[in-house]
Design a protein around this ligand. Structure first.
Ligand SMILES: NC(=O)c1ccc[n+]([C@@H]2O[C@H](COP(=O)([O-])OP(=O)(O)OC[C@H]3O[C@@H](n4cnc5c(N)ncnc54)[C@H](O)[C@@H]3O)[C@@H](O)[C@H]2O)c1
Length: 255
């Protein structure tokens, strides 16, 4: 599938990788709708997108809410005059150890249900809803090829302190595989990317000594760039014999 002239929806497009994917797709000639939570961030990306070859339109949507995602797909398809793909990028982190024993008091604290559920709702249910609604729309109205690209994480392999995040990101890998099988008959391919540490606002706030610690076990000795993740999004969109697989883009890091 070509990027130029096709129409994509990016979730979590106001910041970090999602912002980069939105603007890069429009730079490469696609029409792009994106969603995020806050209006201010959405307006800033729309303004930046105005000078690019492709159209950029923004919507407010919480990807964990079924009614909002249903509306988002309808609104995005109406604004762009169709849809060929969704980039399920929106994600959050609420880290914590499963249990932790206080050294002095011996008291046990537990990873809360709140933190567990928040991450599952956005990172797993959000991807499920985005893909389900895109696929339902495409099966009824779509043409020219459909593609679902979801952003997993290197944490999919199991990262300490991230029970919630690792479970959600591993779930994306399994759904990507089974959706590759289920959705092929409708002309929809799937793919996922599992980035390692990538330069986004999450890491920009990190003190240099902590960043050095993060990079130390990475064979390529640096963090990834959003453009390197976009190259992989592009590969999945453009390669018509690719479906159902997850690509690790992590500088060789093994967790
Ligand atoms: N940065 C990294 O090192 C890294 C590594 C691996 C995977 N990832 C994944 O890449 C994706 C993008 O991460 P990022 O680093 O660019 O983060 P980011 O925080 O810069 O961007 C995430 C965006 O998603 C939005 N968002 C959060 N909850 C939402 C919701 N319920 N509905 C709609 N939008 C919502 C946020 O407002 C934000 O704009 C995430 O799925 C993340 O888990 C990031």
């Amino acid at each position: 599938m070509k990027i130029q002239g096709n129409k994509f929806l990016v979730t979590g497009g106001a910041s970090g990788m999602g912002r980069h994917f939105t603007l890069s797709l429009a730079r490469d000639g696609a029409d792009v709708a994106f969603c995020d939570l806050g209006d201010e961030g959405i307006q800033a990306v729309v303004a930046e997108g105005a000078k690019l070859p492709g159209k950029v339109v923004g919507f407010s949507c919480d990807v964990s809410k079924e009614d909002q995602v249903e509306k988002l797909i309808a609104d995005a398809a109406a604004a762009l005059g169709g849809l060929n793909g969704i980039i399920n990028n929106a994600g959050i982190i609420r880290d914590g150890l499963l249990i932790k024993k206080d050294r002095e008091t011996g008291a046990i604290s537990k990873l809360s249900m709140k933190k567990w559920q928040q991450v599952i709702d956005v990172n797993l249910t959000g991807v499920f809803l985005g893909t389900r609604e895109f696929a339902a729309w495409y099966a009824e109205y779509g043409s020219g090829g459909g593609v679902v690209v979801s952003i997993s994480s290197i944490s999919r392999h199991g990262n300490m302190g991230q029970s919630n995040y690792s479970a959600a990101k591993a779930g994306i890998v399994a759904m990507t595989k089974l959706w590759g099988g289920e959705l092929a008959r409708y002309g929809i391919r799937t793919g996922a990317i599992a980035p390692g540490f990538t330069r986004t606002p999450i890491l920009e706030g990190m003190p240099p000594e902590m960043l050095a610690k993060v990079v130390q076990p990475v064979p390529l000795k640096r963090i990834g760039e959003p453009e390197e993740m976009y190259m992989t999004v592009k590969f999945i969109i453009e390669n018509d014999y690719f479906t159902g697989r997850t690509i690790d883009v992590d500088g060789g890091l093994v967790l």
